[in-house]
Design a protein around this ligand. Structure first.
Ligand code: SAH
Length: 251
C-alpha cells in the first residue's frame, strides 16, 4: 500500500496526526526533499528506507514503490503542504492504478494556510473579498492562457501566488493589468512556519523591489489583495442581530 501524505508547510508539528502515524510505521519513505522539512524523517522507524524525490524521476519513484509493494512493504510518499496543490500526484496515482497498486491520500496544511498564519491574515473578509485565487506564473511549466495572472487580477480577489518568487518583476507587471493598483497591499512570505520564516509587507508596486531588498527569490508565496490591510464589515456569523442554525438573534 502506498500512502500519499501532506507534510504541511514546514514546521514538523504541523503534519496531521494521521500523517505522523503513517510515517512511524513506514518501511519506505519517498519525500520531496526540496521543501519537506527533514526533521519529519525522525518519525520514521529504524531501518526505514528513505529516498529523496528531488533527485529522482517519476519512473524512479514508481520503481521504488513497485519494489516495496512486491516485498509487501508500506510506502509513504511525503509531499510538501497538501499533495493536491502542485504535487504531481495525479501522474503517480494513474501509474499506480495501471500497476494495480492500492494507495490513499492524507491531506496536509498547505503553505497558503501557513502563509496566512504567518501574516496574521484572513483571505475572506466580508465586503473585501470572499474568494481566494491559488495560482502561479507561467514559467518552465505553462499555465493555460485563460488563467493568466492578468486574468485573475481583473477580479481583485485575494490571491496566493505559488512558484513565482523568482519572477517578481513579471508578476508585478501582470498584476497591474487587472484591478489592482500599485498601492494594493501585497506580502512576500518566505518559508512560512519554518524557523527562518520572513513576512515582507509591501504593495503590488514595490513587489519586485522588496524581493530584491530581502533577497527572496524562492520558497515563498506572494499574497496579494486588500485583505492584507483591510477596511471590512464584521462577520454576520458572530453578529448579535443575526440568527444562525445554532443561535437566535439577541438584539
Ligand atoms: N503542495 C504545496 C505546494 C508545492 S509547490 C503546498 O500545498 O503548499 C512549491 C511552492 O509552494 C513553492 O515554490 C512556494 O511558492 C510554496 N511553498 C511551499 N512551502 C512554503 C512555505 N513554507 N512558505 C512559503 N511558500 C511555500
Amino acid at each position: 500500500m502506498i500512502h500519499f501524505v501532506g507534510a504541511g508547510p514546514g514546521a514538523p508539528d504541523l503534519i496531521t496526526l494521521r500523517g505522523a502515524e503513517l510515517l512511524k510505521t513506514a518501511d519506505v519513505v519517498v519525500y520531496a526533499g526540496s521543501l519537506v522539512n527533514p526533521a519529519l524523517l525522525k518519525l520514521c522507524p529504524a531501518g526505514c528506507e528513505i529516498h529523496n524525490s528531488a533527485e529522482m524521476t517519476l519512473e524512479q519513484v514508481l520503481s521504488v514503490m513497485e519494489t516495496a509493494e512486491q516485498e509487501g512493504k508500506t510506502t509513504v510518499r511525503l509531499h510538501t503542504g497538501d499533495p493536491c496543490l502542485y504535487g504531481a500526484i495525479r501522474e503517480q496515482m494513474d501509474a499506480l492504478d495501471a500497476m494495480g497498486i492500492l494507495y490513499d491520500d492524507t491531506p496536509g496544511v498547505s503553505s497558503f494556510c501557513g502563509a496566512a498564519a504567518a501574516a496574521q491574515a484572513e483571505y475572506t473578509l466580508p465586503e473585501v473579498s470572499q474568494s481566494v485565487v491559488i495560482t502561479r506564473m507561467a514559467g518552465r511549466t505553462a499555465v493555460p492562457e485563460r488563467e493568466s495572472i492578468a486574468a485573475w487580477a481583473s477580479h481583485g480577489a485575494s490571491m496566493a501566488v505559488f512558484l513565482s518568487a523568482g519572477m517578481l518583476e513579471g508578476l508585478q507587471t501582470e498584476l497591474l493589468k487587472g484591478t489592482y493598483t500599485s498601492n494594493t497591499p501585497a506580502a512576500l512570505v518566505y518559508k512560512a512556519t519554518w524557523p527562518e520564516e520572513k513576512v515582507v509587507r509591501c504593495t503590488v508596486g514595490t513587489l519586485a523591489e522588496s524581493g530584491r531588498t530581502h533577497q527572496i527569490s524562492k520558497t515563498a508565496l506572494v499574497l496579494v489583495g486588500d485583505f492584507l490591510e483591510p477596511t471590512y464589515q464584521r462577520s454576520k456569523l458572530y453578529d448579535p442581530s443575526f440568527t444562525t442554525g445554532f443561535r437566535e438573534a439577541s438584539q
